[in-house]
Write a protein that binds this ligand. Structure first.
Ligand code: NAI
Length: 338
């Protein structure tokens, strides 16, 4: 309605057709794949984040409906929807943070690597547009296989001459969220009081919970270590099997993604002591990409922490993780270079 007067800001569908004077001060965030199982609850949670002033929702299907729905929430962020490849660049211009949950999820019996053939191309195309339209934005990659899609993103950015390893982060937060939950269950603690570092990557044996470094300090029996390590490594498969063909984790993932995005934004704002695990370009071990604790700040990743002391069980796990990670990284790099 062109004659509708809006006070201060407007939530519009598919670009503004009413008078917007700009939102409250805050960060501009785009979600690519916003109409999906993760995208929709993630959009809702980001709309609730007071650090966000503008939220762009991009997908190849259904963004008008999702945008209309989310835009009625009476929170600060202005929401705009973008549909299809021809609107991708408009979705990205001016963004501070881009979150990518676009792509197909697993069905029972599939590994994350089985998604490579479809998702690699999707992530490559999206990152080409990011390099062109918002090369300084922080990028959070959720699309699986994360162990390969982050190297793909890095290669695309290198080719475009925009690669900055400080602002490209693979989201492994769900592994940490699961680890905190499962460890709290075993210890009989509130999960909010538990902090489990999870390093390595985001698939099967590459997911390495460091149970010897749990806070608060605690001891586990060998049986508990086995149970917890297996459950954390296979938490995603637990959900895939329970959903029986209807997809993989979406709600817990949206929660984890917004927890991670919020940490990135608080870092950008200049808050001190923001530390999270993420899968990043790294020199912590000999592999070029590795998940470990990072400190987030105004420039993205300000510091990558060393692994700290590992026990024998964890050292063995690390050796197994390295082999698979090296292959997944190479597969991602070759996909862009071929
Ligand atoms: P979904 O199929 O429900 O949603 C994916 C969305 O991506 C759909 O709306 C689809 O239209 C959209 N899409 C497809 N091609 C696109 C393109 N070229 N540009 C923009 N959007 C496009 O899948 P779901 O459950 O939301 O999962 C998304 C991805 O997240 C999967 O790859 C899944 O494996 C991954 N995932 C990652 C986790 C992590 O811890 N990093 C945890 C759970 C899932």
């Amino acid at each position: 309605p062109s004659n509708l007067r809006m006070e201060g800001r407007c939530s519009s569908l598919m670009g503004a057709n009413c008078r917007a004077k700009g939102g409250a001060p805050g960060f501009k965030v785009a979600i690519l794949g916003a109409a999906g199982g993760i995208g929709q609850p993630l959009a809702m949670l980001i709309k609730m984040n007071p650090l966000v002033s503008v939220l762009h929702l991009y997908d190849v299907v259904n963004t008008p409906g999702v945008t209309a729905d989310i835009s009625h929430m009476d929170t600060g962020a202005v929401v705009r929807g973008f549909l299809g490849q021809q609107q991708l660049e408009d979705a990205l211009i001016g963004m501070d943070l881009v979150i990518i949950p676009a792509g197909v999820p697993r069905k029972p019996g599939m590994t994350r690597d089985d998604l490579f053939n479809i998702n690699a191309g999707i992530v490559k195309t999206l990152c080409e547009a990011i390099a062109k339209c918002c090369p300084k934005a922080i990028v959070n990659v959720i699309s699986n296989p994360v162990n390969s899609t982050v190297p793909i993103a890095a290669e695309v950015f290198k080719r475009a001459g925009t690669y900055d390893p400080k602002i490209l982060l693979g989201v492994t937060m769900l592994d940490v969220v699961r680890a905190n939950t499962f460890v709290a269950e075993v210890l009989g603690l509130d999960p909010r009081d538990v902090d489990v570092p999870v390093v390595g990557g985001h698939a099967g044996v590459t997911i390495l919970p460091l149970l010897s470094q749990v806070k608060p300090p605690c001891a586990f029996t060998p049986k508990e270590v086995d149970y917890l390590t297996n459950r954390i490594q296979n938490g995603g498969t637990e959900v895939v099997e329970a959903k029986a063909g209807a997809g993989s984790a979406t709600l817990s993932m949206a929660y984890a993604a917004v927890k991670f995005a919020d940490a990135c934004l608080r870092g950008l704002r200049g808050d001190a002591g923001i530390i999270q695990c993420a899968y990043v370009g790294s020199q912590v071990i000999e592999l070029p990409f590795f998940a470990s604790k990072v400190r987030l700040g105004r420039n993205g990743i300000e510091e990558i922490f060393p692994l700290g002391p590992l026990n024998e069980y964890e050292r063995d796990g690390l050796e197994k993780a390295k082999k698979e990670l090296a292959e997944s990284i190479q597969k991602g790099i070759s996909f862009v270079r071929k």
